[in-house]
Design a protein around this ligand. Structure first.
Ligand SMILES: [Zn+2]
Length: 89
């Protein structure tokens, strides 16, 4: 397997460094050479896969909460209808 090397100094070890480029309104992460700081790559601050998984779990939790409330509302409406059959609710 080829060894990744810095195009500036030939270094072979890299690190991630959080940065907010001038003029940017957001944080990014640089993959940079540990020897000279040459930037080899850039990535988003948030791992999009992790964010999507968290959102998926939150949506599922909200769906379950809505279903539970829907069940309770239907139960209340059914009870009201039985005690007051003339009611439209
Ligand atoms: Zn370097």
């Amino acid at each position: 397997m080829a060894l990744s090397t810095c195009i500036k100094c030939g270094g072979t070890t890299f690190e991630l460094r959080q940065a907010e480029p001038a003029g940017a309104m957001y944080v990014v992460v640089y993959l940079q050479c540990m020897s000279c700081g040459g930037v080899a790559g850039i990535t988003d601050y948030f791992d999009i896969g992790t964010v999507v998984k968290q959102m998926e779990a939150e949506v599922k939790s909200l769906q379950e909460a809505v279903q539970a409330r829907d069940y309770n509302v239907r139960a209340i409406a059914s009870r009201r209808h039985r005690t007051n059959p003339g009611s439209s609710a």
